[in-house]
Design a binder for this molecule. Sequence first.
Ligand code: ADP
Ligand code: XUL
Length: 629
Amino acid sequence: MNGASPLFLGLDASTQALKASLLDADLNVLSELEVRFDRDLPHYNTSGGVSAPTSGDDQGTVVAPVMMYVESIDLLAERMRSASWPVSRIRAVSAAGQQHASVYFSRAAPRIFTTLSSQKSLTEQVEQAFSRKVVPNWQDSSTVEACKAYEKAVGGADELAKVTGSKAHTRFTGPQIYKFRTQQPEAYKDTERIGLVSSFITTMLCVGEGEDERTAIKGIDESDACGMNLLDMRPSSSNPNAEARGKLEPGWNQTLLALTSGESEGADSSLGGASELERKLGVIYRDAGAPVGKIGSWWTQKYGFSPDCQVFPGTGDNPATFLAFSLAERQAIISLGTSDTVMVPTHQYVPDPDFHAFFHPAKLPSSGDAFFNMLVYKSGSLAREWIRDQYCSSNWDTFNADVDKHKLERGKEQRTGFYWLRPEIIPSGASGIHRYTKQAAEGEWQKVQDFSEPGMNASSILETQMLNYRYRSSSIVAGPAASSSSTVDTSKLPLEAIYAVGGASSNPTITQTMADVFGCDIVKPVQPAEDGKGWTPANYNFCSVGAAYKAVWGWSRLQLTASEKVPEFDEFVHATKSKQAKRAGLAGAADEVEGGVQVICRPEEGRTQVYTDVIGEWKQLEERAQKEQ
Ligand code: ADP
Ligand code: XUL
C-alpha cells in the first residue's frame, strides 16, 4: 500500500459475519477484515448469526437483532483503525448484504441519521431508528400462508415466477412484509421505510451530522430487489402495467403491493394501502454504478474517511459474488459449498419456478437486457459427504478413487442415483434415494435397492449432480421457450468455461468430472503473487470483492470526460485485470485464459460425448424418481 493512490472498499453483510475487502484501482485485493457475530458480539447470544427461537415465535421463525448488525459496523470501523487501514485514501465503497432479509426504519430514522455525534458510536445513537427490533433472516420459513396468498393473487407459482423472477419463497421480502403487516399493524404503520440488508448498510455509510434528512434512507438496488417477490421483471411487451420507457420496465408490481399492504384484503385504511407501501420501499436504483451519495460526516469525523469517498448502491450477496467473476457469455459460476449453487448469465429473461432470475447487478441502463439465473441445490456437499461416509470409508481419497473406477463408460452397465436426503429445491420437493441400472444400451432402466458395489454410489452422485447442473444450464442458455416447454437441446454444450468455487472445488476429481460432463474448461480466479513470481489462488472473500469491483467501476466512470465512452462493467473488469497481468509481467502465461483466470481442469478426450449420450435418459429418470418417491 504505497503512496497515496486511490483505494476501494467492499463490504459483505452476510449471515454470520460482516466482512470488508480493501482493493487498489488495479483490482488487487490488499487486505481483508471481518467481524463474526457469534464470536465478536457474544452479548447478542446468536448462533450461526441468528437468535435462538423464543416460545412466542411462529414455526420456522429465524431472525437476528438489528442492533447486532449496527454494532458490527462500529466494530468493523474500529478494526480498520486498529489495522491502520489508510481509509482516507478510500475513494469509493459499495456493500453486499444477505438477500431477502428486511430492515424496518422508524419515523424518527431520518432525523436520527442526520444528527449523529461523531463522538459516539452508532450503537449508542440509532436504536430508536428502527420500528422492528429484528431482521427476518433468509433462513426464515414462517411465511407459508403469505406465500400461498402471493401465488393465488397472480394465478399460481408459474405466473408469479413469470412476474417476479421466482415463485413465492418464505424467505423473500414480500411475504415477510405481509406477515409483519398482519401481525404487527401498529409497528408497520410506524415504519417510515423498509430496506434490504444491502440498502441498510448503504444507508449507514452515509449517516452523520448535517446530512440531508430527505435522502438519508437509501433506495433498493434493482438486482437485489429481484429477491423480494415484489418487483415486476416482465419485459414491457408482456407487462400491461409498464410505461413505455424502454424494453424492460421493472417497477413494483401493483397487485402484489396491494396484497402485501392489505389493501386488497380489506385491511384498515390507516395502513395506507399499496401507495404507502410503495413509498416505504423507496426508489429502485437501476444503475448500480451511479453513486447514491458520499460517505457520511460520522465516518469522516470519527474515522478519517475522505469527504470525497463515493457510496455506490449496495446489492445482494449473490449478485455481488456474481460480479467478482465478471462472467462472459456462456460462462458460469458453480459454487460447491454446503449447498451447491449455479449462476448463469443470460441476455434473456428466463423465469422458471425452479430458479431465481435476477437483473445483472452492474449493467448500464443504456445497454441491452442482462440477467443471471441462480439455481440452488440443497444436496450439495452435504449429500456428497453422506456418500463418502456411508460408502467410501469417510475418506475423500477413497471417494475419488471410486469415482474414477466406476464412472460411466460406453458399453458397460449404466448407473444413475438420486440422493435427495432432504426435500430438494430442484426438482422442487424431490425426496428419497433412488437408484437405477441398465445392463445394455438398448435395455430398460431398472430400479434397484442398491448397486453391486458400494463405491458405485460415489460416481453416481457426482455424475447426477453435474448432469443436473448441465441440463438446467442448457435450459437457461436456450432461453424462455425451451425452459418452459422442457425441450432443451441436450446435444449442445451450454457453457464454455466454469468458475468452480467453494470447499469441494479443491477436489480435483470433482472438478474433472465437472469438466467432462460439461465439456468445458474449469477455471479459478488468481491474482499476481506478492513476490511477483507467477499467480496465486485468489482466496479472498468473493462477495465483498465483487462489491468493491462495482465501486471501482462506478468511481472510474466519474473520472471519464464527457466524450469518453462509459465501459460496461464486465468490459472494465477484464481490461483492468489484463492491465494488472501485464504490469505484473504475467500476461500470456500458458495456463492463463485472460488476466486473472487460470484453467484448473480440461475435459478429457471423448468423455463428454459419453454424458451427452445419456443426458436425455437421465432427465427421464429424474422425472421417474420423483413419481416413485
Ligand atoms: P460454505 O461456504 O457453504 O459454508 P464451503 O464453501 O466452505 O461451505 O464448503 C464446505 C464444504 O466443502 C464441506 O461441506 C465439505 O464437504 C466440502 N469439501 C471440503 N474439502 C473437500 C474435498 N477435498 N472434497 C470434497 N468436498 C470437500
Ligand atoms: C439466496 C439466499 C442466500 C442468502 C445468503 O436466495 O437466500 O444465498 O442470500 O445470504
